[in-house]
Every structure is written in structure tokens, then in C-alpha cells.
Design a binder for this molecule. Sequence first.
Ligand code: F6R
Length: 245
Amino acid sequence: MRLTLFATARDAADSLARHVVAFVREKPDLVLGLPTGRTPIRFYRELVRQARAGAVDLGRLVTFNLDEFLGVGPRHRGSYRFYMERHFFRQIGLPGDRANFLDGMASDPRGECERYERAIAAFGGIDIQILGIGGNGHIGFNEPGSWLEVRTHIVELRPETRRANALLFDGDPVRVPREALSMGVGTILGARRILMLATGKEKARAVAKMVRGPLTTDVPASLLQLHADVEVLLDAAAASRLDRA
Ligand code: F6R
């Protein structure tokens, strides 16, 4: 696991965007796994800016989002699909058939998870997976617990995760769905390269546990240590507990 430290969250996000631009120049039809959340907003903005400035053509990308709330449709303002359209896809005009999502309204959620795994495999797997990290150490929606599912699956969201997502649902954690669909840790580890963006002091504890180990399902991000090519881009606040025992 390689750590790169930046003075500010903005510097970290801009650097991540530069990484992705470089990868897309090398391979325009890159298969990119994408997160939502507060952390990557600046990253998407910078990527859009570079595309508009003509620095990179993102039109041939293939994307797979990590997760989606269950029972929430694409036009719901709280859905991750809505987020992605707003912050990225609409801005770059990516053809709809190149952006892949888990369908939160699927009548057969389990079948939907299997479909997603097949779709990732059909594109030859994920080249680069971008991740954020939850304050509780989750990646995607793989929540801490005594066990984890390997592949894309239905998850029960922890209260702290529902609170963290309340803003998407009129600020009311009770309105945040109790369940979601998420790539599994095995799906994530199947990506050829992983880049994580972690910023803010509320991530410092989880980042320290992820980096120092031990490997445990109580800190799903610690399992990233099993991957040979992970880079973590951190601001000073998120890195602030790394030097403590
Ligand atoms: C969202 C996702 C989550 C977030 C994490 C951090 O698609 O996969 O694991 O990356 O919850 O979210 P923020 O950035 O809002 O702190």
C-alpha cells in the first residue's frame, strides 16, 4: 500500500484526477470503478474541467459504480445514480450504455448483483477502482462485521452510515434506506489497480487502521493490504493518526 500525502483535500483530489487523466490517455476505453460521497466531488469536478479543456477524451470510458441504495430509483435525488449524473456523466456526456450501475429498484436484487458481476467480467474486469473510505472503515458499502461477502451483494447499512448519508434524504437518517447493493470486497480486490482518496480528520482513525492492520472484517478497508497495487491519496487531516502507536 503506497501512501501519498497532500497538504489539502483539494490537492489530493486534483492529483487523483491527474492520475486518471494519464491512465485514460494510455487506454481510452479504461474500465473505471467509481465511488460517490462527499470526498470525490472535487475529483469529478477537476476531471470534468480537464475533459472540457480538451486535455483528455472521457467519451470511451466504461464505468461501474460501487454501490446503490436499495428501493431508490435513478431519478431520486438521494440515489447514487442521480449523484453520478449530476457530478460527472451529464457533465462529460458519457453515453448511457457505458456507465454501469446497480439498479436499486431491481425486482430481484440478488439476481441484479449476479448480473453486475457478469457485466464486470464481460468488460474484462476493472482496470482502476477509485475508492473512498467510511469513518467506520467501510469500502463500497462493505460494513464492519464478523464476516463479509466476497462478491456483489445486498448489505444492511449501519446506523453511522445512514447518518453519514442523511443529507441525500432531506437530512433525515430515518429516510436513508436500510439496505443497499454493493460490490463485495472480492470484487474490489479484483481490480487491477486501486486508488483511494481519503480526506478530513473524521477519516484519520479508519485510515490508520487500514494501513497498520491487522487484517480484519471489522475494518473492511484493512483487506486492501492483500492487493499488490493500492495507492492512498491523503490530506494532512486524514493522515494525522498514522504516526501514533
Ligand atoms: C460510496 C462509497 C462509500 C464512500 C464512503 C465515504 O459510493 O463507496 O464507501 O466512499 O462512505 O463517503 P464520503 O466521501 O461521503 O465521506
